[in-house]
Structure formats: C-alpha cells, structure tokens
Design a protein. Structure first.
Length: 76
C-alpha cells in the first residue's frame, strides 16, 4: 500500500478555503441579525451553527471541485 503525502501548500490552501467558508457564514449571520433586528449577542451564541454551516458549505465546495476536476480530466 502506498503512502499518501499531502503537501504543505495543499494544506494551506484547504485551510484558507475553510476560513473563507467560516467568514462567509459569519457575515451571513451578521446580515440576518441586522435584517431581522436581532440581538448582537447572537454573533457569539450562534457560533456552533456558523461552524456547522461552514463545514456543510466546505463539503459542498469540495464535491463541486471534485466534479470539475473530473470533467477537466475527461476532456484532457
């Protein structure tokens, strides 16, 4: 069985993609607080929901990236 080696560059890229997902979900949370005139304590109190939504978005983006990579490999 071969060893799987993940480069440092790939790890950094994936971390930045996940951080972007967390930031996007937090901005969406802040928008909803402003839009529906919620309490600002919800920014901290709903961090669990933000992280959960971020993981879901990250996984969806990962599936989309795999599909695009597969299509690119087919046409290459």
């Amino acid at each position: 069985m071969k060893d799987l080696v993940i480069s440092g560059k790939r790890i950094k890229t994936e971390i930045w993609v996940f951080v972007a997902c967390v930031v996007a979900m937090e901005l969406l949370n802040i928008y909803s607080i402003i839009r529906y005139r919620g309490e600002w304590t919800e920014v901290i109190m709903s961090i669990g929901y933000v992280v959960t939504a971020s993981v879901i978005v990250y996984l969806l983006i990962g599936v989309l990236r795999l599909i695009v990579a597969g299509i690119m490999k087919i046409f290459k």
